[in-house]
Design a protein around this ligand. Structure first.
Ligand SMILES: Nc1ncnc2c1ncn2[C@@H]1O[C@H](COP(=O)(O)OP(=O)(O)O)[C@@H](O)[C@H]1O
Ligand SMILES: [Mg+2]
Ligand SMILES: [Zn+2]
Length: 465
């Protein structure tokens, strides 16, 4: 688990329940109890308590949580702060990046790749926005402070989120906070914490063994002439709260020690595995490429820079690259009967080549009464039909090469031939433009998925007729 953080998220939809106090002081207690442990804290809230607590006087902070969420590596943003705790400065500009976090695991990915180690504490806003959700899903432990019935009622939304995603809720635990020990009740529920625990248990929520008392001393720690926030560890040692914080810290350290692979570590492994699979799939696609241009027959290795089009049949049996010139010349002849010696050839060819470079070109030969007709179509890159022509394939069935359509017939025969010289019924061939500088990119995961999506759309539009 060396290179991955163990993540503790503090969350509740209610404000004023003690989230930030818990997050910041937990960081200090962790560091105090285990000096050699890296402890980092960050907040998705915009009130700068973290900064006020940990900032070193005179240090100019650079980079904030905003940069972290934009993809900058966390270990470049962490500042060594007071009490040996690392912190990432807060930001007021997180509202505009929610869009990037539509996925629930975006933060998990960022933190798995962050290079952070030890324990990372995340303080959240008092709502369940997408950033909070990401922080919940990324966490090894979620502490949910509750101080009264309304805040306890609110917990159900967090649990419901986990249910909705089918995620294990064992990371979630309530912690009764701001408990006024002077308040006593008649009957079984003697006091606030017993009552909250009973209600939590009744709803199936787990509570940690510790609770945090309400203490005027603790409350006063953020109100002083220096504008600082003082830690409980140094400024409220005489209170019960001190012992309670030590307890919850030991609880966190126990589960940290008992976790050989944190969630971010597992997530990193999963990402690596997925990368590996992607690579394998890509290599398999590369393997399957035809080694020569189907139109001129010349091995593509001879003039690799002329690979300008990628083709694949609807049944995926044949795939490979075509020379740009070969394809453009073939289109000229097939569609317009224009050949190299004709006058109009050069101008028309430029237009045709340009069009093909911006389209997906479809070849669908159809056999009726032993005679073939080519259904030729071009789609724009969004899959909209832009051009269609029926081309009679004179002599194709008989296997005669007429000198005019030779290139087309070679292409179709090589790519779509089935048994006994007939074409594979219903199969078609699609030709996509590629970047000649790196044609194989079309087989990379993302790009290839686009190709497949277009093929699916084409297949559907053919079936609809
Ligand atoms: N154990 C405690 N006893 C008394 N007051 C506390 C205690 N913990 C936190 N507070 C006070 O409660 C208020 C809300 O705490 P805070 O941590 O900011 O909650 P949240 O982050 O959930 O909004 C603050 O004024 C804080 O000083
Ligand atoms: Mg707060
Ligand atoms: Zn060629």
């Amino acid at each position: 688990m060396q290179q991955y953080p163990y993540i503790v998220t503090i969350s509740s939809e209610k404000g004023g329940v003690g989230k930030t106090t818990l997050a910041t002081n937990l960081a200090i207690y962790l560091k105090a109890m285990r000096e050699d442990l890296a402890v980092t804290i960050l907040s998705f809230d915009n009130h700068f308590s973290i900064d006020r607590m940990f900032e070193m006087r005179g240090h100019k902070p650079r980079g904030t949580v905003h940069e972290l969420l934009m993809g900058k590596k966390a270990d470049e943003l962490v500042h060594l702060g007071q009490y040996g705790v690392g912190y990432i400065p807060s930001s007021t500009e997180l509202a505009d990046i929610h869009e990037r976090f539509r996925g629930p695991m975006t933060l998990s990915r960022l933190l798995a790749q962050s290079g952070l180690t030890g324990i990372l504490i995340i303080d959240t806003r008092p709502d369940l926005n997408i950033l909070t959700q990401n922080a919940l899903y990324a966490a090894d432990r979620v502490l949910i402070p509750v101080k009264d019935m309304p805040s306890l009622e609110n917990c159900k939304n967090i649990f419901a989120l986990f249910d909705k995603r089918g995620m294990d809720k064992k990371s979630l635990a309530l912690i009764p906070c701001l408990i006024d020990e002077r308040i006593k009740f008649e009957g079984v529920f003697r006091d606030q914490k017993t009552l909250l625990r009973a209600f939590a248990a009744n709803r199936g929520y787990r509570c940690v063994d510790t609770f945090i008392s309400k203490s005027p001393k603790v409350e006063s720690l953020n109100t002083n002439p220096d504008g600082r926030i003082y830690p409980i560890l140094t400024h409220a040692r005489g209170t019960e709260v001190h012992g309670q914080y030590a307890d919850i810290t030991r609880d966190i350290l126990r589960s940290y020690d008992a976790t050989p692979e944190s969630r971010s570590c597992l997530y990193a492994q999963w990402l690596a595995e997925k990368e590996g699979q992607k690579k394998e799939a890509y290599l398999a696609r590369l393997e399957g490429l035809t080694e020569h241009c189907l139109i001129c027959g010349v091995p593509l290795a001879e003039r690799p820079e002329e690979r300008e089009f990628y083709y694949e049949t609807s049944d995926r049996a044949m795939r490979g690259f075509l020379h740009g010139d070969c394809f453009a010349d073939m289109l000229c002849g097939t569609l317009y009967g224009l050949y190299n010696d004709s006058q109009a050839h050069n101008a028309a060819r430029a237009v045709i080549a340009d069009k093909a470079g911006k389209s997906v070109t479809l070849f669908l030969p159809r056999e009726i009464d032993n005679a073939y007709t080519l259904d030729f179509r071009q789609f724009d890159l969004a899959g909209e039909l832009a051009f269609r022509k029926q081309v009679p394939m004179t002599g194709f069935a008989e296997g005669t090469l007429d000198g005019l359509h030779d290139r087309l017939y070679l292409l179709l025969n090589e790519s779509l031939a089935g048994f006994e010289g007939r074409l594979r019924e219903g199969s078609w061939l699609a030709v996509h433009p590629v970047d000649p500088a790196s044609p194989e990119k079309v087989l990379h995961e993302e790009r290839y998925r686009t190709v497949q999506k277009l093929h699916a759309m084409i297949g559907e539009s053919l079936a609809a007729v």
